[in-house]
Design a protein around this ligand. Structure first.
Ligand SMILES: *[C@@H]1O[C@H](CO)[C@@H](O)[C@H](O)[C@H]1NC(C)=O
Ligand SMILES: *[C@@H]1O[C@H](CO)[C@@H](O)[C@H](O)[C@H]1NC(C)=O
Ligand SMILES: *[C@@H]1O[C@H](CO)[C@@H](O)[C@H](O)[C@H]1NC(C)=O
Ligand SMILES: *[C@@H]1O[C@H](CO)[C@@H](O)[C@H](O)[C@H]1NC(C)=O
Ligand SMILES: *[C@@H]1O[C@H](CO)[C@@H](O)[C@H](O)[C@H]1NC(C)=O
Ligand SMILES: *[C@@H]1O[C@H](CO)[C@@H](O)[C@H](O)[C@H]1NC(C)=O
Ligand SMILES: *[C@@H]1O[C@H](CO)[C@@H](O)[C@H](O)[C@H]1NC(C)=O
Ligand SMILES: *[C@@H]1O[C@H](CO)[C@@H](O)[C@H](O)[C@H]1NC(C)=O
Length: 283
């Protein structure tokens, strides 16, 4: 019974705070302070930029529909923080701030700070935008019949970004083109994964360095379209290496045959061998 009563009272209080806030809303300026946070990170929402005296109250809520997030009141008990923000927010009335951590994509949007002083009320609006860094893009290359299919994929970023290709040296658009691109959104995290593939015609004979970027994340550089003359050169050098090895082998074989013939003659008659040595030395 006491628990039920407590919950009721808290709900009522939350509604009262919201109603109170709505009724005293004095939009003093349409100025909105921009704050950017990263998914999983933390931000400090600056409700009072110029703190000269301590406020009596400091409430933070989100509009449409009005939702009490967290707050401070000098003398009154306030409702507990909104469940979505429980253990993720901390109001510091001495700094005029609310800290928010373990940021989620759903935290993106407008926040209103309602600040009460003995003689007046103030409202500050803060727009929180959330970002998430895309992963370093993976590049795959598959070449066939003078044509290379290159794909680029990057995961878990926000907001949505296009895949940007960079070819070095730059090629005419006629020699390469986008084949396919897609994006998927993780239903739980709502983060984007993006994918793009291009086809490159290698008939220009240029060796091409290629990379892709997604929202600041840059892939490694990949070399595609090895010019045919390079492979001809390597075939020629491979052939000449084999020929040289073969030649050496033949020379060695014939030398060892000659030596065997010499030693065979040497065992038959020491004099004959010695004289032939002398002959060699003389000539
Ligand atoms: C907040 O933290 C308290 C104590 O650490 C815990 O009991 C409670 O379940 C947490 N609430 C949420 C919504 O995580
Ligand atoms: C902040 O997000 C809103 C949409 O939620 C967008 O229209 C606006 O351009 C963003 N601003 C910045 C600076 O990223
Ligand atoms: C995201 O990228 C920005 C800019 O490149 C960088 O300052 C920040 O540390 C990155 N965040 C994470 C979590 O890697
Ligand atoms: C990139 O490659 C790594 C390792 O192969 C893999 O773990 C990761 O999921 C890949 N990312 C994408 C976007 O394909
Ligand atoms: C690109 O096209 C222009 C004319 O359309 C031509 O002069 C130039 O050589 C081409 N460049 C390459 C790398 O093919
Ligand atoms: C485009 O990519 C999707 C997903 O990888 C694949 O199912 C589809 O076959 C691709 N289309 C073309 C024309 O390559
Ligand atoms: C590549 O481009 C050349 C002309 O530049 C064309 O003759 C050839 O058919 C193209 N190759 C492929 C595989 O599309
Ligand atoms: C391509 O990359 C290689 C190795 O990183 C480099 O030696 C070469 O100069 C690059 N080519 C161009 C056209 O940038």
């Amino acid at each position: 019974m006491t628990v039920d009563y407590g919950m009721c009272a808290r709900r009522l209080l939350r509604r009262c705070v919201v109603i109170y806030l709505v009724s005293v809303t004095l939009i003093q300026s349409k100025d909105v302070t921009m704050v950017i946070g990263e998914v999983g990170g933390a931000v400090t929402l600056p409700c009072i930029s110029d703190l000269q005296r301590l406020p009596i109250h400091l409430y933070i809520q989100r509009p449409d529909p009005d939702e009490f997030i967290n707050g401070y009141h000098k003398t009154r008990d306030l409702p507990s923080p909104h469940p979505d923000y429980a253990n993720r927010t901390q109001v510091d009335h001495t700094q005029g701030t609310m800290k928010l951590w373990s940021i989620r994509l759903s935290d993106e949007g407008l926040y209103e700070c309602h600040i009460g002083y003995p003689t007046k009320n103030n409202q500050e609006n803060i727009q929180l935008n959330v970002t998430a860094n895309y992963s370093i893009p993976n590049v795959t290359v598959a070449c066939d019949n003078g044509r290379c299919l290159v794909t680029c994929s990057s995961d878990n970023g926000y907001p949505r970004r296009d895949v940007e290709w960079s070819l070095n040296p730059p090629l005419n658009q006629s020699t390469w083109g986008a084949v396919n691109s897609s994006e998927v959104r993780d239903p739980a995290s709502m983060l984007f994964s993006v994918f793009s593939s291009i086809s490159v015609n290698c008939s220009s004979g240029l060796r091409l360095n290629l990379s892709c970027a997604v929202g600041g994340a840059l892939s490694q550089e990949h070399t595609v379209c090895r010019p045919p003359d390079i492979s001809v050169v390597s075939v020629i050098s491979a052939v000449s290496v084999i020929a040289a090895v073969l030649l050496c082998f033949l020379v060695l074989v014939s030398n060892s045959k000659k030596k065997k013939a010499h030693t065979a003659r040497g065992t038959q008659g020491g004099k004959g061998a010695a004289s032939s040595d002398e002959n060699v030395q003389l000539t």
